[in-house]
Each structure stands twice: as C-alpha cells, then as structure tokens.
Design a protein around this ligand. Sequence first.
Ligand SMILES: C=C(OP(=O)(O)O)C(=O)O
Length: 290
Amino acid sequence: MTVSIGSNVIGGGNPVYVIAEIGLNHNGDVELAKRLIDVAADAGANAVKFQKRTPEISTPEHMRDVPRETPWGTMSYLEYRYRVEFDREQYLEIGDHATLRGLEWFASPWDVPSVAFLEDLEVRTHKVASASLTDTDLLRALRDTGKPIILSTGMSTIEQIDTALDVLGTDRVVLMHATSTYPMEPEEANLKVIATLRDRYHGIPVGYSGHERGLQISLAAVALGAVAVERHITLDRTMWGSDHAASLEPAGLEHLVRDIRVIETALGDGVKRVFPGELAPMAKLRRVPA
Ligand SMILES: C=C(OP(=O)(O)O)C(=O)O
C-alpha cells in the first residue's frame, strides 16, 4: 500500500520521504523559519514540518505556571508556548516560501482547533506527534479531514497504536517508529520495531522519526526498510530551545539525504541476478564455469 502526499508517493519502493522537522526550532521567528526551509530545500528533503498548538488547550494543566528562562526573559511555560506560535499570516508567508523552494509543508496539530487552523491553510497532510497518539478527539478530527496522516508511535504501546488506527483507519496512514527521548541513546532506538510494525499492520508504510545525535541510526532505519525519515533541523545545535541539541545542522541534513539516496539504491529489489558488470570478473576469476 502507498500513501500520496502531493507529487510524492510513500512506500511501494518509492524514494524515502525525508521530512525536515523545524518544529519549534524557529524560536517564533519567521525569518529563522525561512532560513531553515532553505536548509531543507538545499539538502534535498521532501518536506518541512512544524508544530501547531492552541497553547491554552494543548499545554498540560500542571505545566502552565512552571517558570521558564527564555531569551525574552523569565515567563510561565504557557506564556512561552504563546511566544513561539505563528499566526495565520506568518504561516502563509512560511508556506509560500516552502512551496517556492519546492517543498511540501505541514504540521502536527496538538489540539482540535489547530486541525481547523491548518485545514484553512490547505495543507496536504497532517502529522500526529507521539504525544498525541492517545488523543482520540484529535485523531477523529484528523480522520475527518480525509487527508493522509503520518502517525508517530513514540511513548506508545502496541495496544495504544491499535486503538489509534481503529480511529484513523488504515488507508491513508504512514506509521513512524519513534522513541521519544531527547537526545535518544542507541539503547533506546529498538529499530527492529520497524519490522514489528510492518508485520502487525500489514500494508501500512512504516517510517522512522529520530531524535538521536548523528546519522547512523536513521540510516540503519532506512536499511531496515523505513520508507520515510523525519529529523529535527537547526542552524546551530547550541541555540536556545529544547530541541536544538537533538537536531541536525545543515551539513548533517545534507549528508543524511545523500546517504539515504545511496542506501535506498543499494537495497535493490531482492531478486538474485548476475549484474552485467560481474561478467568480466567472472570470466577472469571463476575456474569452474556453470
Ligand atoms: C513531536 C513530534 O513528532 P515525533 O513524536 O515523531 O517526534 C511532532 O511531530 O510534533
């Protein structure tokens, strides 16, 4: 089964769909978001992704008043959440820039009103963050859009994934294996879950959303058959903000896309054959012809 997002097809032997997750790494600055879009386009990614929240709904009650040191002074966690949200005009500017650079753009809505916000902007797909996998109201709102859904599975049990898919259906879903630790250590990657998900949810394309340092684990995910890869990106890992440290800088994203393209080519089709380029070595090296 394949899932189409714009002109890209995910699964079915198509090129791995690379999502550059800008998330909140724009720190509420449209110009920074546009520079990150440029980084994703220059690296050859397929899409850029954001996170869209209605802070008074999506911020857990117990977190709202927790003080947070920010570049704009000390504020409550709720105020900080507002500070890093873009409004409609800003998203229009960002979306236009992504389109101009040949990238799909979409977001993970973290609450039901954010789904309508993104629908109004005519995104072609939605992402469900791992944290939202158990939010049945959100899943229903997303199902009702009729759009393809990319569903991340970090911090979730198989039973919770079953329930989410009962709500979403299986026709237009891409599952993303993920572990929601930042940065994620190799011991927590559990990449064999990619095969577990593929076997259990037969026909649903399975990708990987990574929070590790470096490239090896994402590249191994591709070697294990992940059909989409999502990684956070930043201009500089030392920038202020919770996700920068577990993000790829421009050169890292460029190398990731380059190496993914090599690996997917190298995986081939699984049919054992003698390649034309082997004929000369065969003539030279094989003592006993067939
Ligand atoms: C946090 C997100 O995703 P993931 O769970 O894949 O990291 C997101 O998409 O907002």
